[in-house]
Design a protein around this ligand. Sequence first.
Ligand SMILES: O=P(O)(O)OC[C@H]1O[C@H](OP(=O)(O)OP(=O)(O)O)[C@H](O)[C@@H]1O
Ligand SMILES: Nc1ncnc2[nH]cnc12
Length: 182
Amino acid sequence: MSGNEVNDPRIYGIKTKIRVVPDFPKKGIMFQDITTLLLDPKAFQDTIDLFVERYRDMNISVVAGIEARGFIFGSPIALAIGAKFVPLRKPKKLPGETIFEEYELEYGSDRLEMHVEAVNPGDRALVIDDLIATGGTLCAAMNLLERVGAEVVECACVIELPELKGRERLGGKPLCVLVEYR
Ligand SMILES: O=P(O)(O)OC[C@H]1O[C@H](OP(=O)(O)OP(=O)(O)O)[C@H](O)[C@@H]1O
Ligand SMILES: Nc1ncnc2[nH]cnc12
């Protein structure tokens, strides 16, 4: 685990289950496909367990999962550590009062929205996604949480693409990742 280094034998098994698809969704992108990890219950469970072991005693009150793939990992982590789960969604999906942040992606631009009443001042937040590339998505997620008064304790992703230097956009906030793809 990088960020706070944990050398766990389960990480190798997780890494082998992530499929790399060249030139998807467009030429030059090495797409990290976590759907193949989800097909392996042991590797999927190990992924969740590693995060739960890290966060269960950190007094996290809210797990914010980023649409879409952050929902897959964020929900079971939230349940296991006894925190509420808040989905950070793509535009026009949430029916309540929302705030939004816009951001640039490795292959385009997008916008994240959050229900304002879902997070309270003083909440201790963990932000979960499958992958950090340029860091724009995590940065937008942190901004949403901080705008309503939450403290972002840490961000966590299964995969980091270190060459894109996304970590540098997090303003020094700790980031925990299981697998680096170089
Ligand atoms: O670090 P960044 O450069 O911001 O990129 C990382 C984001 O890109 C991917 O999501 P995508 O926007 O493709 O959406 P999806 O999960 O709905 O497929 C990935 O799941 C992260 O959320
Ligand atoms: N290379 C990549 N693989 C999977 N998801 C991504 N999101 C941004 N870049 C990505």
